[in-house]
Write a protein that binds this ligand. Sequence first.
Ligand code: NAG
Ligand code: NAG
Length: 443
Amino acid sequence: MNIQQSNQYLLQSRWAIQLALCGIVIIFLLVSGTIVLGLIPVYLTTNDVHSSTQFNELSFYTIYSSDVIYGRFQTLSDPNDLSSQLTKNMPDLSRMKTIPGEFLTATPSNKQRRQTSDSASIACEGSTELTGDLFSTKNMIELPSTCHSSTCREKYLMKYQNNIRKYNHRLNVDMVLDDSVQSNIQMAFCAFSSIDPNERFPSSACKSGTSRYIYIIDQDANFFQFNPRTSATTLITSLTCSTTAYPYSMAVQSTGTVWILFTDGNLYTFDVNTRQCQATSYVSGQEGFILFGMNFINDYSTNTELLYITSDTSNPPFRLATLDITILEISIVSYYNSKISARGELTKTLDGRLFVLFEGQPFIIAEINQTTGKILSQTPQNDLRYASDASNFAFTSYLSQFFIFVGDQTYTDIFLHDTRSKTTTNRTRISNGIVGSGVSPCL
Ligand SMILES: *[C@@H]1O[C@H](CO)[C@@H](O)[C@H](O)[C@H]1NC(C)=O
Ligand SMILES: *[C@@H]1O[C@H](CO)[C@@H](O)[C@H](O)[C@H]1NC(C)=O
């Protein structure tokens, strides 16, 4: 803590003026420390201690990470099954009650964010490979009537939390979607919270939405809904944004607004609900960008959403840039290293990492550092081979998988790449040239 640092500084300093300054700093720290310490009981009183003195009970929330996206659209097939898993292995349940909770509109963070930060993600205690929506349960411990001291309450809290860490480390539950598709969902212990995590992550405006689809667009401006579970493709509408140009790429904002780049370099927005297209005042050609692949990335810490773009073959060197959609201005992030000379399509994973699918013989999935533009990894897709500018393609992350849409402009093969096993499988072929894809929790 700072007082210690100040003490060391005090010993080391030689000049009287510094001694005097240190004295002032120490007094300031002691005073502010007293104020902070004075505030802590107030904070605890409103949360935990108040209820525990009244009912002599402790409550907290246990947060699990899962492998499901849009988990809030799912319901437990059998609530008793989850309850029994939560209690099955617990060595001592005489004082603890657990209420199975619900999915949160939040995902685990791979960065060590402070848990109190107002972000739609939470740092798990350990690393978890399950990066889907978080799920919370509420735990209540009935304390002995004699247990009033904070030491005693802490002892019980530690005991039960350690048991949860140890015995409820992994769960496995069946859930159903409202279209009655049943799925088996993995969950892993993530963290504890003393406050209701639903208050920390207010439900998004899209909670009542009904869709869990990927949206895709073809080069003839047909806009489809693609079902990632069944591979069914459903036409929603044919866009009439432009009479002279064709769609080149597409990105979907988290709010559901679809952004489409046309072959003349103009950007349009499309509202899926009203099926209306709208021109933007974006000026093509900034920083040499006319055609590009694109995807949005949220920065929850600043509550902003930036469109990341990657250049095409017309104007090398190949580069990564951002397009700020509030001012419609492009800024270069960086140039790729010289080995990259291909068009790309961008996507982001649930844990916020940026990936590019580069066209080529073979195509390559590469992870890119969004701050530096540095290529962090490359995974060649040996079955996917098209020469420069010869293919139509699109790329979207979904759960722990990537959907790759690629064809020779007369058809599209739809591939599923599993990021864990690094295998790519061919799901189906459709007779449209898909050039853009994206997802949004609001669609
Ligand atoms: C990206 O680069 C920045 C700056 O060098 C670094 O702080 C960050 O950890 C990197 N992120 C990844 C995912 O490598
Ligand atoms: C992918 O599968 C479809 C049929 O499902 C087939 O027509 C197509 O040739 C396959 N593509 C490749 C590259 O193997």
